[in-house]
Ligand binder design. Structure first.
Ligand code: RIB
Ligand code: CA
Length: 364
Protein backbone atom coordinates (compact mmCIF):
# COMPACT_ATOMS: atom_id res chain seq x y z
CA UNK A 1 0.00 0.00 0.00
CA UNK A 2 1.44 3.38 -1.01
CA UNK A 3 1.99 6.19 1.48
CA UNK A 4 -1.42 7.55 2.49
CA UNK A 5 -1.33 11.25 1.63
CA UNK A 6 -3.74 11.89 4.52
CA UNK A 7 -1.05 10.99 7.05
CA UNK A 8 -0.40 14.17 9.01
CA UNK A 9 2.53 15.21 11.21
CA UNK A 10 1.57 17.31 14.25
CA UNK A 11 4.48 19.38 15.55
CA UNK A 12 4.66 20.63 19.13
CA UNK A 13 2.31 23.60 19.42
CA UNK A 14 3.81 25.93 22.03
CA UNK A 15 1.71 28.90 21.04
CA UNK A 16 -1.55 27.43 22.23
CA UNK A 17 -3.53 29.22 24.91
CA UNK A 18 -4.39 27.25 28.07
CA UNK A 19 -6.59 24.31 27.18
CA UNK A 20 -9.57 23.60 29.46
CA UNK A 21 -10.00 19.87 29.90
CA UNK A 22 -12.55 17.36 31.08
CA UNK A 23 -10.48 14.35 32.13
CA UNK A 24 -12.23 10.98 32.48
CA UNK A 25 -10.03 8.44 34.27
CA UNK A 26 -9.91 4.96 35.80
CA UNK A 27 -7.06 5.82 38.22
CA UNK A 28 -4.88 3.59 37.86
CA UNK A 29 -1.15 4.16 37.94
CA UNK A 30 -0.66 5.72 34.51
CA UNK A 31 -3.86 7.74 34.95
CA UNK A 32 -2.27 9.20 38.09
CA UNK A 33 0.87 10.12 36.16
CA UNK A 34 -1.33 11.72 33.48
CA UNK A 35 -3.06 13.85 36.13
CA UNK A 36 0.30 14.89 37.60
CA UNK A 37 1.58 15.76 34.12
CA UNK A 38 -1.51 17.89 33.43
CA UNK A 39 -1.15 19.69 36.78
CA UNK A 40 2.48 20.38 35.89
CA UNK A 41 1.53 21.75 32.46
CA UNK A 42 0.81 25.48 32.13
CA UNK A 43 -1.09 24.68 28.90
CA UNK A 44 -3.66 22.64 30.87
CA UNK A 45 -6.65 23.82 32.91
CA UNK A 46 -8.37 20.78 34.41
CA UNK A 47 -12.04 21.81 34.66
CA UNK A 48 -13.19 18.57 36.26
CA UNK A 49 -11.99 14.99 36.69
CA UNK A 50 -14.56 12.26 36.00
CA UNK A 51 -14.22 8.72 37.32
CA UNK A 52 -15.19 5.50 35.63
CA UNK A 53 -14.86 1.90 36.76
CA UNK A 54 -11.99 0.18 34.99
CA UNK A 55 -8.61 -0.60 36.49
CA UNK A 56 -10.39 -0.77 39.86
CA UNK A 57 -14.03 -0.22 40.95
CA UNK A 58 -15.33 3.31 40.49
CA UNK A 59 -15.36 4.35 44.16
CA UNK A 60 -11.73 3.29 44.49
CA UNK A 61 -10.99 5.26 41.30
CA UNK A 62 -12.60 8.30 42.93
CA UNK A 63 -10.66 7.82 46.20
CA UNK A 64 -7.40 7.44 44.26
CA UNK A 65 -8.12 10.50 42.14
CA UNK A 66 -9.03 12.67 45.14
CA UNK A 67 -5.94 11.44 46.99
CA UNK A 68 -3.53 12.03 44.08
CA UNK A 69 -4.94 15.52 43.46
CA UNK A 70 -4.50 16.31 47.15
CA UNK A 71 -0.88 15.15 47.38
CA UNK A 72 -0.22 17.08 44.16
CA UNK A 73 -1.53 20.28 45.70
CA UNK A 74 -4.87 20.58 43.90
CA UNK A 75 -7.70 19.69 46.30
CA UNK A 76 -9.79 22.36 44.55
CA UNK A 77 -10.46 20.34 41.38
CA UNK A 78 -13.91 18.74 41.20
CA UNK A 79 -13.98 14.95 41.04
CA UNK A 80 -17.26 13.40 39.87
CA UNK A 81 -18.08 9.72 40.22
CA UNK A 82 -19.41 7.90 37.17
CA UNK A 83 -20.90 4.58 36.40
CA UNK A 84 -20.02 1.64 38.59
CA UNK A 85 -20.62 -0.77 35.74
CA UNK A 86 -20.26 -0.83 31.94
CA UNK A 87 -23.30 -0.33 29.71
CA UNK A 88 -23.87 -4.04 29.16
CA UNK A 89 -20.82 -6.11 30.13
CA UNK A 90 -20.23 -7.27 33.70
CA UNK A 91 -17.54 -5.16 35.39
CA UNK A 92 -13.98 -6.35 34.80
CA UNK A 93 -11.13 -4.84 36.89
CA UNK A 94 -7.38 -5.44 36.88
CA UNK A 95 -5.86 -5.27 40.34
CA UNK A 96 -3.02 -7.53 39.18
CA UNK A 97 -1.88 -4.68 36.92
CA UNK A 98 -2.42 -1.61 39.11
CA UNK A 99 -2.46 -3.08 42.63
CA UNK A 100 -5.26 -4.04 45.03
CA UNK A 101 -6.32 -0.40 45.32
CA UNK A 102 -5.11 0.82 41.94
CA UNK A 103 -2.07 2.70 43.25
CA UNK A 104 0.54 -0.07 43.17
CA UNK A 105 2.53 -0.07 46.41
CA UNK A 106 1.83 3.60 47.13
CA UNK A 107 0.35 4.45 50.52
CA UNK A 108 -1.52 7.65 49.76
CA UNK A 109 -3.04 9.72 52.59
CA UNK A 110 -6.82 9.30 52.57
CA UNK A 111 -8.51 12.22 50.81
CA UNK A 112 -10.03 14.85 53.09
CA UNK A 113 -12.95 15.71 50.77
CA UNK A 114 -15.79 13.92 49.02
CA UNK A 115 -16.55 13.63 45.32
CA UNK A 116 -18.97 16.03 43.66
CA UNK A 117 -22.70 15.51 44.14
CA UNK A 118 -23.27 15.28 40.38
CA UNK A 119 -22.53 12.21 38.30
CA UNK A 120 -19.79 12.11 35.70
CA UNK A 121 -22.32 11.87 32.87
CA UNK A 122 -24.18 14.92 34.22
CA UNK A 123 -20.88 16.78 34.46
CA UNK A 124 -20.03 15.97 30.81
CA UNK A 125 -23.41 17.39 29.73
CA UNK A 126 -23.53 20.41 32.05
CA UNK A 127 -19.95 21.58 31.55
CA UNK A 128 -20.12 21.35 27.75
CA UNK A 129 -23.38 23.34 27.88
CA UNK A 130 -21.71 26.00 30.06
CA UNK A 131 -18.57 26.17 27.88
CA UNK A 132 -19.63 25.16 24.35
CA UNK A 133 -16.69 24.71 21.97
CA UNK A 134 -14.08 25.36 24.70
CA UNK A 135 -13.46 22.05 26.42
CA UNK A 136 -11.19 19.25 25.26
CA UNK A 137 -12.31 15.84 26.49
CA UNK A 138 -9.52 13.46 27.50
CA UNK A 139 -10.57 9.88 28.29
CA UNK A 140 -7.95 7.56 29.73
CA UNK A 141 -10.32 4.83 30.89
CA UNK A 142 -13.38 3.01 29.56
CA UNK A 143 -15.84 5.25 27.69
CA UNK A 144 -18.84 4.41 29.85
CA UNK A 145 -19.43 7.91 31.27
CA UNK A 146 -19.14 9.62 27.91
CA UNK A 147 -21.49 7.10 26.31
CA UNK A 148 -24.03 7.74 29.08
CA UNK A 149 -23.62 11.48 28.49
CA UNK A 150 -24.22 11.01 24.74
CA UNK A 151 -27.41 9.11 25.59
CA UNK A 152 -28.46 11.95 27.93
CA UNK A 153 -27.64 14.64 25.35
CA UNK A 154 -26.21 13.71 21.91
CA UNK A 155 -24.99 17.29 21.51
CA UNK A 156 -22.30 16.75 24.14
CA UNK A 157 -19.73 15.59 21.56
CA UNK A 158 -20.27 18.45 19.13
CA UNK A 159 -19.96 20.93 22.03
CA UNK A 160 -16.47 19.60 22.78
CA UNK A 161 -13.56 21.44 21.18
CA UNK A 162 -11.90 18.05 20.64
CA UNK A 163 -11.97 14.54 22.10
CA UNK A 164 -8.78 12.60 22.82
CA UNK A 165 -9.07 8.94 23.81
CA UNK A 166 -6.44 6.51 25.05
CA UNK A 167 -7.86 3.27 23.73
CA UNK A 168 -8.00 0.56 21.13
CA UNK A 169 -5.37 -1.27 19.14
CA UNK A 170 -5.39 -1.64 15.39
CA UNK A 171 -2.36 -3.15 13.64
CA UNK A 172 -1.03 -4.26 17.04
CA UNK A 173 -1.75 -7.01 19.59
CA UNK A 174 -4.19 -6.40 22.38
CA UNK A 175 -3.32 -6.26 26.09
CA UNK A 176 -6.58 -7.72 27.35
CA UNK A 177 -7.52 -10.30 24.74
CA UNK A 178 -5.24 -11.10 21.80
CA UNK A 179 -7.00 -8.36 19.79
CA UNK A 180 -8.52 -5.92 22.33
CA UNK A 181 -7.20 -3.09 24.46
CA UNK A 182 -8.28 -2.69 28.11
CA UNK A 183 -10.31 0.56 28.00
CA UNK A 184 -12.37 -0.73 25.08
CA UNK A 185 -12.52 -4.33 26.35
CA UNK A 186 -14.06 -3.23 29.67
CA UNK A 187 -16.96 -1.54 27.88
CA UNK A 188 -17.09 -2.25 24.13
CA UNK A 189 -20.69 -1.04 23.84
CA UNK A 190 -19.69 2.36 25.26
CA UNK A 191 -16.78 2.64 22.84
CA UNK A 192 -19.10 1.89 19.93
CA UNK A 193 -21.67 4.47 21.10
CA UNK A 194 -18.96 7.14 21.23
CA UNK A 195 -17.13 6.22 18.01
CA UNK A 196 -20.40 5.87 16.05
CA UNK A 197 -21.51 9.33 17.23
CA UNK A 198 -18.68 10.90 15.21
CA UNK A 199 -19.89 9.45 11.90
CA UNK A 200 -20.54 12.17 9.34
CA UNK A 201 -18.94 14.97 11.39
CA UNK A 202 -16.39 17.34 9.86
CA UNK A 203 -12.74 16.11 9.82
CA UNK A 204 -11.66 18.68 12.42
CA UNK A 205 -14.17 17.20 14.84
CA UNK A 206 -12.79 13.67 14.62
CA UNK A 207 -11.57 12.22 17.92
CA UNK A 208 -7.84 11.68 18.32
CA UNK A 209 -7.33 8.03 19.26
CA UNK A 210 -4.13 6.96 21.04
CA UNK A 211 -4.01 3.16 20.58
CA UNK A 212 -1.57 0.60 21.93
CA UNK A 213 0.09 0.72 18.48
CA UNK A 214 1.71 3.95 19.69
CA UNK A 215 1.29 3.99 23.49
CA UNK A 216 3.24 0.75 23.92
CA UNK A 217 6.25 2.62 22.56
CA UNK A 218 5.97 4.93 25.61
CA UNK A 219 8.14 2.84 27.94
CA UNK A 220 8.97 4.35 31.33
CA UNK A 221 12.21 2.98 32.79
CA UNK A 222 13.84 3.24 36.26
CA UNK A 223 16.19 5.92 34.92
CA UNK A 224 13.20 8.18 34.25
CA UNK A 225 12.07 7.85 37.87
CA UNK A 226 15.61 8.47 39.08
CA UNK A 227 15.80 11.65 37.00
CA UNK A 228 12.45 12.91 38.34
CA UNK A 229 13.69 12.39 41.90
CA UNK A 230 17.02 14.10 41.16
CA UNK A 231 15.44 17.18 39.52
CA UNK A 232 12.79 17.36 42.24
CA UNK A 233 15.50 17.51 44.89
CA UNK A 234 14.33 14.32 46.56
CA UNK A 235 16.80 12.29 48.62
CA UNK A 236 18.03 9.62 48.62
CA UNK A 237 18.00 8.99 44.86
CA UNK A 238 15.42 6.62 43.37
CA UNK A 239 17.28 3.64 41.94
CA UNK A 240 14.63 1.05 41.11
CA UNK A 241 16.19 -2.16 39.86
CA UNK A 242 14.82 -5.47 38.63
CA UNK A 243 17.15 -7.03 41.22
CA UNK A 244 15.31 -5.31 44.09
CA UNK A 245 13.16 -7.48 46.34
CA UNK A 246 9.55 -7.40 45.11
CA UNK A 247 7.61 -4.67 46.83
CA UNK A 248 10.59 -2.67 48.13
CA UNK A 249 9.38 0.75 49.22
CA UNK A 250 10.82 4.14 48.36
CA UNK A 251 12.39 6.30 51.09
CA UNK A 252 12.16 9.47 49.03
CA UNK A 253 12.04 12.68 51.06
CA UNK A 254 9.55 14.26 48.64
CA UNK A 255 6.12 12.63 49.13
CA UNK A 256 4.96 12.76 45.50
CA UNK A 257 8.24 11.18 44.39
CA UNK A 258 7.80 8.45 47.01
CA UNK A 259 4.21 7.72 45.98
CA UNK A 260 5.03 7.80 42.26
CA UNK A 261 8.02 5.50 42.75
CA UNK A 262 6.01 3.01 44.83
CA UNK A 263 3.19 3.05 42.27
CA UNK A 264 5.47 2.62 39.26
CA UNK A 265 7.51 -0.15 40.94
CA UNK A 266 4.35 -2.28 41.12
CA UNK A 267 3.58 -1.46 37.47
CA UNK A 268 7.12 -2.36 36.37
CA UNK A 269 6.98 -5.66 38.27
CA UNK A 270 3.71 -6.41 36.43
CA UNK A 271 5.27 -5.67 33.03
CA UNK A 272 8.23 -7.90 33.88
CA UNK A 273 5.84 -10.67 34.94
CA UNK A 274 4.29 -10.32 31.48
CA UNK A 275 7.77 -10.75 29.90
CA UNK A 276 7.71 -7.17 28.67
CA UNK A 277 10.81 -6.12 30.62
CA UNK A 278 11.27 -4.11 33.80
CA UNK A 279 9.46 -1.06 32.45
CA UNK A 280 6.02 0.55 32.44
CA UNK A 281 3.85 1.43 29.47
CA UNK A 282 2.54 4.84 30.51
CA UNK A 283 -0.31 5.14 28.01
CA UNK A 284 -2.29 7.90 29.71
CA UNK A 285 0.25 10.70 30.14
CA UNK A 286 1.06 10.28 26.45
CA UNK A 287 -2.62 10.80 25.57
CA UNK A 288 -2.56 13.87 27.84
CA UNK A 289 0.43 15.28 25.94
CA UNK A 290 -1.39 14.66 22.65
CA UNK A 291 -4.37 16.61 24.04
CA UNK A 292 -2.06 19.52 24.96
CA UNK A 293 -0.04 19.39 21.74
CA UNK A 294 3.17 19.16 23.75
CA UNK A 295 4.52 16.07 21.99
CA UNK A 296 5.05 15.57 18.24
CA UNK A 297 2.84 12.85 16.79
CA UNK A 298 1.56 11.54 13.47
CA UNK A 299 -2.06 10.76 12.67
CA UNK A 300 -3.81 8.81 9.96
CA UNK A 301 -7.57 9.00 9.41
CA UNK A 302 -9.72 5.88 9.46
CA UNK A 303 -13.24 4.67 9.99
CA UNK A 304 -13.30 2.88 13.33
CA UNK A 305 -15.72 0.24 14.55
CA UNK A 306 -15.87 -2.10 17.53
CA UNK A 307 -16.66 -5.82 17.47
CA UNK A 308 -19.39 -6.62 20.00
CA UNK A 309 -20.47 -10.14 19.09
CA UNK A 310 -17.32 -12.08 18.28
CA UNK A 311 -16.81 -15.19 20.38
CA UNK A 312 -13.06 -14.51 20.60
CA UNK A 313 -12.94 -10.99 19.10
CA UNK A 314 -15.39 -9.07 21.31
CA UNK A 315 -13.93 -5.66 22.21
CA UNK A 316 -11.67 -5.59 19.15
CA UNK A 317 -11.32 -2.19 17.49
CA UNK A 318 -11.09 -2.27 13.71
CA UNK A 319 -9.74 0.57 11.54
CA UNK A 320 -10.82 0.82 7.91
CA UNK A 321 -7.92 2.87 6.55
CA UNK A 322 -9.00 2.86 2.91
CA UNK A 323 -12.79 3.20 2.72
CA UNK A 324 -13.57 -0.48 2.13
CA UNK A 325 -16.74 -0.11 4.19
CA UNK A 326 -17.82 2.90 2.11
CA UNK A 327 -17.98 5.08 5.24
CA UNK A 328 -16.11 8.37 5.69
CA UNK A 329 -13.24 8.39 8.20
CA UNK A 330 -14.53 9.23 11.69
CA UNK A 331 -11.30 9.22 13.73
CA UNK A 332 -7.69 10.37 13.53
CA UNK A 333 -5.52 7.59 14.84
CA UNK A 334 -2.14 8.45 16.38
CA UNK A 335 0.21 6.13 14.49
CA UNK A 336 3.58 7.51 15.54
CA UNK A 337 5.44 9.75 17.98
CA UNK A 338 8.90 10.43 19.47
CA UNK A 339 9.12 8.59 22.84
CA UNK A 340 12.51 10.10 23.73
CA UNK A 341 11.16 13.61 23.25
CA UNK A 342 8.12 12.76 25.33
CA UNK A 343 10.09 11.46 28.32
CA UNK A 344 12.60 14.30 28.33
CA UNK A 345 9.62 16.66 28.41
CA UNK A 346 7.55 14.71 30.95
CA UNK A 347 10.41 14.11 33.40
CA UNK A 348 11.49 17.73 33.51
CA UNK A 349 7.98 19.13 33.70
CA UNK A 350 6.80 16.78 36.45
CA UNK A 351 10.00 17.12 38.49
CA UNK A 352 10.02 20.91 38.44
CA UNK A 353 6.35 21.03 39.41
CA UNK A 354 6.93 18.65 42.33
CA UNK A 355 10.00 20.59 43.48
CA UNK A 356 8.05 23.87 43.45
CA UNK A 357 5.27 22.14 45.37
CA UNK A 358 7.64 21.17 48.19
CA UNK A 359 10.25 23.91 47.90
CA UNK A 360 8.32 27.03 46.84
CA UNK A 361 10.45 29.46 44.86
CA UNK A 362 13.03 26.78 44.13
CA UNK A 363 12.43 27.03 40.39
CA UNK A 364 13.19 30.74 40.24
O1 RIB B 1 -4.76 -0.32 27.92
C1 RIB B 1 -4.17 0.67 28.70
C2 RIB B 1 -5.20 1.52 29.36
O2 RIB B 1 -5.99 0.71 30.23
C3 RIB B 1 -4.61 2.61 30.26
O3 RIB B 1 -5.47 3.72 30.26
C4 RIB B 1 -4.59 1.98 31.62
O4 RIB B 1 -4.66 2.93 32.68
C5 RIB B 1 -5.86 1.17 31.58
O5 RIB B 1 -6.94 2.06 31.86
CA1 CA C 1 -6.40 4.45 32.41
Amino acid sequence: MGQDERVRAHEVDTARAPIPLLVDVDTGIDDALALLYLLASPEAEIATVLCTAGNVPVHQVATNTLAWLEVCGRPDIEVAVGSAVPLVAPLMTTEDTHGPRGVGYAELPAPTRDPSARSAAEAWVELTRERPGELTGLVTGPLTNLALAVRLDPGVLTRLRRLVVMGGCFNHPGNTTPTSEWNVAVDPEAAKVVFDAFAGLAPERRPLLCPLDTTESIEMHPAHIARIAELAGSVPGEDLSPDDPRGRRSRASVPVVRHLSDALRFYMEFHRDQNLGYLAHVHDPFAAAVALGTVPFVTRPATVDVELDGRITRGTTVADWSGIWGREPDADIVVGTEPEYFFTHLVERVALYVRELYVPGSNN
